[in-house]
Design a protein around this ligand. Sequence first.
Ligand code: SF4
Ligand code: SF4
Length: 300
Amino acid sequence: MTTGTVFNIQRYSIHDGPGIRTTVFLKGCQLNCWWCQNPESRLSGQEMIFWGDRCIGCGACSTICPSGAIQIKNGIPVTEKEKCILCGKCIEKCPALAREMIGEKLTAEEVIKEIEKDLIFYEESGGGVTFSGGEPLGQTEFLEGLLNGCREKKIHTAVDTSGYISWGILNKISPKVDLFLYDLKLMDNERHKKYTGVSNEIILKNLEKLSSVHNNIFVRFPVIPGINDDYQNIREIGEFLSSLKIAQLNILPYHHIGIDKYKRLGKKYKLVDIQPPSKEKLSEVSAILKKFNLNVKLRG
Ligand code: SF4
Ligand code: SF4
């Protein structure tokens, strides 16, 4: 029985592939994108989130903690992550629901059971399940178990990937996947390293190879003002994709609805001053990419 760490199962999702879908978010990602809206996805293990606006400063968490990880300072509990053994006792004890564990160990069978609850919606809408993250391919065996389970139940599957994974894994998993959602952010390697923390060489090579063995890939281009919306980057993306077999190119406008999560995780969000792109900008990006004979779709 394969187990993995999941941090969210979102039902009735309509932005992660065709029809009505259930999106299963797997924990762990090697990229560190400045615009990431799921910062809780990066670490592969469980982690604690603290809702400061809910906390009433009662100190119950500090008293119960078996490893002395929580100190009350100026009425606020401060957790030393190094000491925390993630036992969850402070969460159970907190009367204000101010503490929450991100990530749950689940078996593939447990996740499939959850997915199955909406079979009727998938059938009616042409939907299915999307495995996202994090990087779902990072939990390879677990993902394989999930994909096998879905195939047995005839549930359509999509895998949302950064492409930053070994070709061996991608190639092995590929025949089990109905649709790939493949992220492409920046063509210039130095800028890619700066804004995501990793080189784009593997990502570009994998996309080339994947497009020669899989016939249903939607490439997803998140438009982030001032970072990747310049003409050169858009043109290079168009040129690169026009030489590959790609079913769709989805343009995704940047948004910052995940900013709050950074605060709760004690992390810094670097793009506070960047606003979502205008409709005019998105139309302009779309028009440039359409010139490369790509099936371009603007997504909300
Ligand atoms: S999860 Fe356990 S060890 Fe960690 S802070 Fe809470 S009570 Fe302490
Ligand atoms: S138990 Fe909850 S409400 Fe009380 S101090 Fe700890 S986090 Fe705040």
